[in-house]
Design a protein around this ligand. Structure first.
Ligand code: AMP
Length: 366
């Protein structure tokens, strides 16, 4: 049987893990490197095509080996580029979804259009509108630029008039969303896949902890059947409303009034890296299965599992673990260098071991 081919836009660790998990399914990969991006993560995993400015999409499609489907490892990708490939093959997730996810206001409106609860918010640009929005929503508030914001970047938590005075010049004239601060017990995410013919499977809820706005620890399953049901409902609604194909992650706050959606990621997600170890099929395998319209793999996770991110750390830990993934990137402070997975039938033990793992990796409790 001839091999099936998928092209991935992006050459980072998510592309690497999609290819590693897709190859055993008999799939070949090619990668598109944009703007001179580093390709170390995907070396040896398939053809790498360096994109030249203004290059003809058909020539790029040919250079990528005429893939059956094109996908992306990130949402910060040119929507025009994605659309330029559509005459040649399907692009999943569809560019209309990427366009929403790239812009916080469009994203919030799309979420509310689908009936999902989000924090009260207002659009604001420039000092006058920012002050009016914070006035209306109260403290604490989060000012977030609509574009180029991820891992807590380009956003300001304002708890007082002094914080607001300091944030206004930083936000400048960018288009922003101002959100009311949500009082939450913890943050969770749900990850699921929808195949081209409409099959849907979701992983258990994952509890997430961040360090300086970047994910540090994910633990699954977050054992709350009622919230799981709500999260599965949100996920299925978006997958269907957006006619989504591939893996989608939905990040939520656990508040007193239930789950409030913070944001979505139209791709495989860092809070789902633990799926390498728990379920039969990882999120990476299921993304590839979904976009090639293969039956989705099992997502059940009978044994609790945790993932600790290695942020600016690239030395494998000595403590007992169920796998260390090192992405092969050059070390930089705070950079996602790899992750460690731990599994334990006893959730309390798992939490304790995760804390010890963090302490070993970072040399301190976090
Ligand atoms: P984001 O870039 O939107 O994922 O935000 C980064 C982090 O800021 C989140 O993981 C939360 O911890 C916090 N955060 C963002 N928005 C809010 C909000 N409306 N209320 C409370 N915390 C928030």
């Amino acid at each position: 049987m001839s091999k099936r081919r998928v092209a991935i836009i992006g050459c980072g660790q998510l592309a690497q893990m999609m290819a590693q998990e897709g190859q055993p399914l008999g799939v070949e990969f090619s990668f598109l490197a944009e703007n001179g991006e580093n390709t170390d993560c995907v070396k040896g995993l398939g053809t790498i095509v360096e994109m030249e400015p203004g290059q003809d999409p058909e020539a790029l499609y040919q250079a990528l080996g005429r893939p059956e489907v094109i996908t992306s490892e990130r949402e910060q990708v040119s929507v025009d580029l994605l659309r330029s490939f559509q005459p040649f093959c399907p692009v999943y997730p569809d560019p209309h979804i990427t366009e929403k996810a790239q812009h916080r206001l469009r994203e919030k409106r799309a979420l509310t259009d689908s009936g999902l609860p989000v924090a009260p918010f207002a659009a604001a640009q420039g000092e006058k509108e920012l002050r009016e929005a914070v006035d209306q929503l109260g403290y604490p508030a989060f000012i977030k630029s609509c574009e180029n914001g991820y891992d807590g970047k380009n956003q300001w938590c304002v708890k007082s008039a002094a914080d607001l005075d300091a944030a206004i010049p930083q936000a400048g004239d960018q288009e922003c969303v101002v959100e009311a601060g949500v009082n939450f017990a913890c943050e969770v995410s749900i990850i699921g896949a929808r195949s081209a013919s409409g099959e849907i499977k979701a992983y258990p809820l994952t509890e997430n902890r961040h360090r300086n706005g970047t994910l540090l620890l994910s633990t699954a399953p977050y054992d709350n059947p009622e919230l799981l049901k709500a999260a599965e409902g949100y996920l299925a609604t978006l997958l269907k409303d957006w006619d989504y194909v591939g893996v989608l992650a939905v990040e939520c706050f656990v508040s007193e009034s239930g789950l409030i959606v913070n944001e979505v990621a139209p791709r495989v997600h860092n809070s789902g890296h633990w799926t390498f170890v728990g379920p039969e099929a990882s999120q990476f395998a299921n993304h590839i299965r979904a976009i090639l319209d293969m039956p989705l793999g099992d997502t059940a996770c009978p044994v609790p599992v945790a993932m600790v991110n290695m942020l600016g750390v690239d030395v494998a830990p000595k403590q007992d673990n169920d796998g260390v993934w090192l992405y092969g990137k050059a070390l930089r402070p705070g950079r996602k260098m790899g992750h460690v997975i731990l599994q334990d039938p006893d959730m309390d033990q798992l939490r304790e071991r995760s804390e010890k793992m963090i302490e070993e990796l970072y040399g301190e409790k976090i």
